[in-house]
Design a protein around this ligand. Sequence first.
Ligand SMILES: Cc1cc2nc3c(=O)[nH]c(=O)nc-3n(C[C@H](O)[C@H](O)[C@H](O)COP(=O)(O)OP(=O)(O)OC[C@H]3O[C@@H](n4cnc5c(N)ncnc54)[C@H](O)[C@@H]3O)c2cc1C
Length: 383
Amino acid sequence: MPESLPPDLVALRDRIRTFVDEDLRPLEAGLDVDGPIPAEVRARVRERSKALGLFGMTQPKSIGGTEAGPLAMVVARETLAAGNSSLIRGVFGPGPGMLARAEGDLRTRYLDPVLRGESVGAFAFTEPSGPGAPDRPTWAKRDGDDFVVTGKKGFVSGGATADFYQVIVNVDEDASGPGGTAVLLIDRGTPGVSIDREFVSMEGGGHVELRFDGARISKANMLGKVGEGMPRAMGNINEERVEVAASACGIAMWTVEYLTRHITGGHRAGGRLSDREGVRLRYSDLRIETYIARAMLYRTARLLDSGDDAINEAAATKVFCTEAAGRIVDGAVQLVGGQALIVGHPLERLYRRVRSMRLTGGASDILRLNVARGIIEFNAGRL
Ligand SMILES: Cc1cc2nc3c(=O)[nH]c(=O)nc-3n(C[C@H](O)[C@H](O)[C@H](O)COP(=O)(O)OP(=O)(O)OC[C@H]3O[C@@H](n4cnc5c(N)ncnc54)[C@H](O)[C@@H]3O)c2cc1C
């Protein structure tokens, strides 16, 4: 197998498989898999995930978490995705994300409540584009002890219900300080901050477009300094990209197993689809791609686990694994036929889900440009 895991991670993988089969599967029976998870089901998932030592994997040791490394997180996310349960959204505890280095007052007001599950933040980075978009990215002017923020953010996941937004702004240079990007923590409901539009993306996520009309935000709500916005936003990006790749690989694994059962079952024309050579060729390609994607995933996870700089490898892994998962689910839809297109069929849902992965966390072509730059300008990486 491409993963060749040490015994503790084999045990983690086996524990998660049992968790999916014995806890998640019965809990999700009869639920609308695309809808919100009922509170009592969420509570039960959390309780079992805590008992099995999964909940704290994403949480810092200071609050009782286990801060699992990249390889363990890849095993966990891939195994959960390979179980294809709609309840995996509630398995891990809230992590610190961009707030990891928040200190003092910001720690007390934002980070601690997030880790306790009492408050939720949304990430506001992407600027709208196309007709009607502002002609400059969201910007902030200094005014005494405040920043005055103007602009729009086009795609803020969970923005309708989040308690606060982590907003990347471009601070104008002036007599009192330099310009550059900064992260401001902005409470929902702050005067001058409004939701222009609420929408749902094809994989089922809920998002908003945010507008800032001269919103006055205290400088005390800046995370770090002016100039640190992009580095802070990208602080954990390698791990995040590899975790998206892990979910994509898990989906690929579930899909090829599903397809195996389908083509080795009976077919109305007699015999089995798997008896036809043309079907075997298509099927083998999907298996081969799954194998390549997983081999890449585990190599990159190990590089990250060793503390190595693996920025090119993480970007390449996210591109390849998410695109491979797209081809694999698409190929499976084709071999299963019209049934797979019926709304609610597992492949129909996965088709929508894998499509969004090629944009979330960095569009494939932008990551390709990053890989080329890493090699051509910085002579870095092992690709
Ligand atoms: C499910 C989902 C959840 C999301 N959640 C959030 C969130 O919580 N917060 C947030 O801030 N954003 C979020 N996003 C937005 C996501 O980060 C962006 O969609 C993504 O970064 C791409 O940016 P864009 O949509 O503005 O596309 P653009 O940047 O406009 O790019 C569109 C396409 O143009 C091409 N392109 C663009 N620039 C270049 C170039 N220089 N060279 C070559 N080709 C280029 C590429 O093909 C690219 O795919 C989410 C997106 C999805 C799908």
